[in-house]
Design a protein around this ligand. Sequence first.
Ligand code: SAH
Ligand code: SF4
Ligand code: F3S
Length: 485
Amino acid sequence: MKNLIEDIEVMSPASGEASEAVRLTEETNTGKSRKLYIESYGCQMNFSDSEIVASILQKEGFDTTSDISQADVVFLNTCSIREKAEQTVRNRLQHIQGFKKKKPEMMVGILGCMAERLKTKLLEEEKIVDLVAGPDAYRDLPKLVAQVDDGDKAVNTFLSREETYGDITPVRLDSNGISAFISIMRGCDNMCSFCVVPFTRGRERSRDPHSIIAEAKDLFSRGYREVTLLGQNVDSYKWSEEENNKARLEKTSANGIVNFANLLELVALVHPDLRIRFSTSHPKDITDEVLHVMAKYENICKYIHLPVQSGNSRILELMNRGYTREWYLNKVNRIKTILGEGCGISSDMISGFCSETEAEHEETLSLMDIVKYDYAYMFSYSERPGTPAAKKYPDDIPNDIKTRRLEEIISKQRAHSYIRYQQDVGLVQRVLIEGQSRRSENHWQGRTSANRVVVFAKETKQKGEYVNVLIESCTSGTLRGKIVD
Ligand code: SAH
Ligand code: SF4
Ligand code: F3S
């Protein structure tokens, strides 16, 4: 994916595939005997899972390293969302071959969605791979590693209906010490026709809210000031107190169900200085109740990632998204009514889905004109084997047309990002300082509640503090301003 915003300093996709792998930068060195190197591809769920993997292996005598040549075990936590994502991993394996030549005892494992999709086929196709573990098999990793130590290949791609890793405290990798992800659910039951996730991640299940709140409290006490609650469809979060025989939480719906709005409120109550974000919202499931909870708490960020995929109702139907263009636009209106025009909204878009006509593509562009997203992650359709779309509809839009439509979407989005960012110029925004600007050591970088990146002179402020910043200028990806506290 080409990055839409050229000038942006931080761009971490809320969902979808990152343009590059994230290598861990945090090293743990507790004198353990073996070293684990782990690289994550794909969405934030995968990055969050890598932190669980590191935690599981730490207990088994592994320290983490950011230097692959030092590693005894190399894991790639992979993504299957588009063909390109899988190709990137295969190219990376070629490269890793070079390290393995120098250090033949180095173990190479494939984790995540590609492991789940290809299973034992991966061992046949990529000779360098010793271990294959799907997203629900990470508790089994110590055993799988031992199997490889004994000279065998090891595979576990069992998908669970219950696993949430709720009791495992993640080792924070690649962290700025201020923002962290908390996984609140796993899997997806939606079956959007283009999407491989229901096959690679299995059935949807929600994590015990008590463990989510405990994790948020622990992060806050360790200096973190922002948590992002993660799930493929957070609005369908659902946990029953009765079924799980647990004490009543402070915020619960009448029937003993903790829904997403309840959970959001519970996490918001952890501390007013802990910012809450979440991703991804599904347009068919986001409720007014969620929007009202967002409005009630200042520390719940006014930003919603609400992927539309297409602006045309016939294509949305083929995609099995469960909403029409009108339904989606109505949701956007509810957001603007309840949270105000300043609320950030972003999207995902797919160009050239099966049988998409020129007029239908134009409807995606016209929907963008109406909503004016802050930004968007934009892709051309990539057929995934085994998905409902691959079975039912021919992938019949030629690549050059998919690409041209994608470029039109990208260029429109760039113009809209600029318009949205410009609306903040002249305003004072509350910003959480996340770290140093990449371009200047005299500047801090942070984000507004609406998720817009702000760069400003440091003065005497520190990372993790909140500051009021007068926005003085902008590009389509960065606001610039000065502290006015
Ligand atoms: N759960 C999220 C998104 C998960 S995947 C949601 O429901 O929106 C992230 C994004 O990748 C999707 O929103 C979609 O835009 C894109 N995507 C998924 N499958 C794709 C495919 N086969 N080809 C192109 N883009 C795809
Ligand atoms: Fe895929 Fe749809 Fe589930 Fe998102 S909601 S992960 S696009 S099936
Ligand atoms: Fe995420 Fe890619 Fe899997 S987007 S859920 S890592 S297919």
